[in-house]
Design a protein around this ligand. Structure first.
Ligand code: URA
Length: 236
């Protein structure tokens, strides 16, 4: 099978984009950078995109898990804490989490067996917005909303503009939806801390157009074809 077809059918991107990645030296065949377009991939060949082995065509697994609080986003834990792998034990393929959610954060976690897809999804240059529903202590003033929207210093890093919408407001607790495309460690918690509000509850409800919806906590579902195409579009 042609290299660009192999990459495209593994769900990474279109054939055209595969050619671009190849020309720019981001594709390896059996450990060596390959820049020629017409190369054939044979059984047993190892193809890497962005230094990650991609799985053979047609075997792409990508799921949405509703991670409950208390589970760590890791493939194993030497302290014996529950991990998200405990929730997907019936999937035979070796899948792993795309990025991280804190142990005390719940909600949408993508998991895949495709390293290159995972890398691309996490790269901020693709500007994939992640949306969080956040319960914070106290009231979120207009001035604080403006600061979050513009970008705040979370300790040596100024965040990019965020989308912020207040869903419910009371003296004690305010519920906010915030969308960001970066993925710094505990970024949402740090952003609210930077403007002076503590986070009481944090749940991720969307990644791009992929919605958590009514998926029950601890349950997962496969991405629909539509959702896979959406991801591919973003990564073009
Ligand atoms: N921001 C956080 O603070 N925690 C998460 O788990 C994800 C984003």
């Amino acid at each position: 099978m042609r290299l660009n077809k192999y990459i495209a059918s593994a769900g990474i991107c279109s054939r055209r984009k595969a050619d671009v990645l190849t020309a720019s030296g981001d594709v390896k065949l059996n450990g060596l950078v390959v820049r020629e377009m017409g190369v054939d991939v044979k059984d047993g060949d190892v193809v890497e995109v962005y230094n990650r082995v991609i799985t053979s065509a047609g075997k792409l697994i990508c799921i949405v898990l509703n991670k409950p609080k208390g589970f760590i986003t890791s493939v194993g834990d030497n302290l014996g804490r529950p991990t998200v792998m405990d929730l997907v034990g019936d999937i035979p393929e070796r899948i792993f989490p795309v990025g991280r959610l804190d142990a005390d954060t719940s909600g949408l976690l993508l998991m895949t067996n495709d390293g290159a897809l995972s890398q691309m999804l996490m790269h901020p240059k693709h500007k994939i917005y992640k949306t969080y529903r956040v319960k914070i202590g106290g009231v979120l003033s207009d001035e604080r909303i403006a600061r979050l929207r513009k970008g705040v210093d979370i300790g040596g890093f100024v965040t990019s503009p965020a989308e912020v919408k207040v869903l419910r407001q009371s003296e004690r607790i305010t519920t906010v939806e915030i969308s960001i495309f970066e993925g710094k460690n505990r970024q949402v918690r740090k952003m609210f801390a930077a403007v002076g509000n503590s986070v009481v509850e944090l749940k991720r409800v969307a990644v791009g157009d992929i919605l958590l919806g009514r998926l029950k906590e601890g349950h997962y579902r496969k991405l629909t074809r539509q959702e896979l195409l959406h991801l591919r579009d973003i990564l073009e």
